[in-house]
Design a protein. Structure first.
Lengths: 255, 232
């Protein structure tokens, strides 16, 4: 009787879903404009979302978007709340230990951004300056590995927006961020006019990985193959270009 | 204010209903667990006392965020791995609203346990003994004698727990619920004007907590009938 009650309670709480269903559950964290964000009427949109939709069409499954805060992204995938993550997640060695990735679907470089009156001539020249980075991001890893070792002060934040807020508040001298993110979110906005990109485009795979891919649980070789082939297919048939040109002025597929 | 901003504010306002829903649901769960916990800790039976102490010590000692990750993701991953081992193709997807209510309720139940335990201890034991002497059963004694009096003692601590609980709902976005703080984050990311949306969310929280305070004051007045307020 007790077991029966327990079973009833569990089935009341849980919806049982079969892994091989038609819908592809895609996790996004819509707080990363222009890649994933929500329009005012609450619809998910952006480059990632459009690419996901195009890929679903390609593999003949229906995309169902699941919103998930970034901190719970990989745990949620492992807990099978969704099948894949298509949310600008960079392919890195650490993440590969826990999840699998398809081939990249875009790869934009990061750059250092500094106040215009600071002279930059390699990391050592900005010793003692304070840069903000996004916590647990590839940029943070680069900053800790290449800049902090040269005496640059690195402060980590929960969201890239908070970095911008603190730059505006005068607590930071700059940031390291994806060129698109910082270009659209900061440099082109009021308050960003006194800042500029310095140094080379940063592609170093050790820190930045090899671009953003679609994350999936390990042991899903078939889905992985299907999605990677899908990326190739939309690159070939012009769909990728159409989506790319809707959001960006250059090809974000990258090197 | 642009119409886009207004639409985002409207979305956040709708999301705040979810915040209220999760809060109230979690409150019910926490009251239930609090009463059970307090009963266990006061029962004098070593096993029950031990269980109650274990519950309150563990839960109150670990940050909410960590617990939420452990309880929700740890639980789901565990169940699904088990199902897979047993050869089942089905996966369990815990409904996020229920998960949020249960997780937060479970956490705040520990705080309620201590609040209720303190309140029950404030009632002179002679009153319960008198009730038993009159032949009332234990549940009758609890409902007729203990409960009406403990409400007054429990209310200050209860109010505190409730206010903290409402704000703790901001954590449920972690398990996939679109509550208002997460919606504010989305809106501020899309429009790049964070202050507008976070101020609005802060104001909404303040509205809900203020309403609670007024309601709880009424409850307090009701249960303090027959007692005299002393001013020194």
């Amino acid at each position: 009787m007790k077991k029966l009650l327990l079973a009833a309670a569990i089935s009341a709480l849980c919806a049982t879903a079969f892994a091989q269903g038609k819908d592809l559950k895609v996790a996004i964290d819509p707080t990363y404009e222009p890649f994933t964000f929500k329009t005012a009427d609450g619809k998910p949109t952006g480059f990632d979302v459009d690419i996901a939709t195009a890929l679903c069409e390609q593999i003949k499954r229906k995309c169902v978007f699941v919103e998930q805060a970034w901190d719970g992204m990989i745990p949620g995938l492992l807990a099978r709340k969704y099948d894949v993550i298509i949310s600008s997640m960079s392919i890195t060695q650490e993440r590969l230990k826990q999840v699998d990735f398809t081939d990249k679907y875009y790869n934009t470089p990061s750059k250092i951004v500094l106040k215009k009156d600071i002279k930059f001539d390699g990391p050592a020249s900005i010793k003692g300056k304070k840069l903000g980075v996004l916590k647990a991001s590839t940029q943070e890893k680069y900053a800790l590995g290449e800049l902090k070792t040269k005496g640059v002060e690195i402060v980590s934040y929960d969201a890239q927006d908070q970095v911008y807020l603190d730059i505006k508040a005068g607590r930071l001298d700059g940031t390291v961020a994806d060129i698109l993110e910082v270009g659209g979110g900061f440099l082109s906005k009021p308050g960003g006019e006194n800042y500029q990109f310095v140094g080379p485009e940063l592609y170093i795979p050790k820190y930045f990985g090899t671009g953003a891919g679609i994350a999936l649980r390990k042991g899903q070789a078939e889905l992985k193959k299907e999605l990677s082939a899908g990326i190739q297919a939309i690159r070939g048939n012009g769909k990728y270009k159409a989506i790319n040109d809707k959001y960006f002025k250059f090809d974000v597929f990258g090197k | 204010m642009t119409s886009t901003t207004q639409s985002y504010l409207w979305v956040i306002l709708q999301g705040s209903l979810l915040t209220v829903g999760v809060s109230l649901g979690a409150l019910l769960v926490s009251i239930l667990l609090g009463l059970l916990g307090a009963a266990a800790k006061l029962s004098g039976r070593p096993i029950l006392v031990g269980l109650g102490t274990f519950y309150t010590t563990i839960i109150r000692g670990i940050p909410d965020l960590v617990l939420m990750l452990l309880v929700f993701y740890g639980g789901t991953i565990g169940i699904n791995t088990l199902l897979e081992k047993m050869g089942s193709e089905a996966t369990i997807d815990i409904e996020p609203f229920a998960a949020g209510v249960i997780t937060i309720g479970f956490i705040y139940g520990a705080y309620m346990t201590e609040t209720f335990r303190g309140a029950i201890l404030s009632i002179p034991k002679g009153q319960m003994e008198a009730a038993w002497a009159f032949g009332m059963s234990r549940p009758q004694t609890f409902i007729r004698i203990t409960l009406p009096q403990m409400v007054r003692y429990a209310l200050p601590g209860f109010t505190n727990n409730w206010l903290v609980l409402i704000k703790a709902t901001a954590l449920v976005s972690l398990i996939g619920l679109q509550e208002m703080t997460y919606l504010a984050k989305q809106a501020s990311s899309a429009t790049r004007s964070p202050f507008m949306f976070f101020l609005f969310t802060g104001a909404l929280f303040l509205v809900y907590t203020s309403i609670s305070l007024i309601a709880l004051k009424k409850v307090n007045a009701r249960y303090s009938l027959g007692t005299k307020r002393v001013s020194l």
